[in-house]
Design a protein around this ligand. Structure first.
Ligand SMILES: [Zn+2]
Length: 159
């Protein structure tokens, strides 16, 4: 068995009147990410980490933002598609570790639901999905609440 790691990063601007969806879960908040899709930073960074580990390009390769098919798309569909590609290429997900960076709202209480949603989309147990949240200590655009960012590392094994 060989093991491979991939890294993913995403950032979206936040604007009023948009739904805040992180890890496939809608959170009550007055702002949400601006983007062609739902702007789910966690799902997007996770996709990129999986594609990176598998050597399958990136999220833009598979879901071009000029393709109307993906406009407003449910981010979990991206993950389900990534899962299919991993299986086709004989990879299994060993572990996912993520850190979401935002000032507000507090994410901790929502982590169990997010882990469930992500794990279901990826066809793995929720124990394989580890989530963390950080603020940006008031610094930069993320610190001013103007943006949300996410880093993910995914570890795959070959089947
Ligand atoms: Zn994104």
């Amino acid at each position: 068995m060989s093991v491979r790691c991939g890294i993913g990063y995403d950032l979206h601007r936040l604007a009023e009147g948009r739904k805040l969806i992180i890890g496939g879960i809608e959170l009550p908040f007055d702002k949400g990410p601006v983007g062609h899709s739902e702007g789910d930073v966690l799902a997007h960074a996770l996709c990129d980490a999986l594609f990176g580990a598998a050597g399958l390009g990136d999220i833009g390769t598979h879901f071009p933002d000029n393709d109307p098919k993906w406009k407003g798309a449910n981010s979990l569909l991206f993950l389900e598609h990534a899962r299919k590609l991993l299986v086709e290429n004989r990879f299994a997900i060993e572990h996912v570790d993520a850190v979401v960076i935002l000032e507000r709202p507090k994410l901790g209480p929502h982590f169990p639901k997010m882990r469930e949603a992500l794990a279901r989309s990826l066809g793995v147990s929720a124990q394989k999905i580890h989530l963390k949240a950080k603020t940006n200590e008031g610094v930069d655009a993320v610190g001013r609440g103007e943006a949300i960012a996410c880093h993910v590392v995914a570890t795959l094994s070959t089947l």
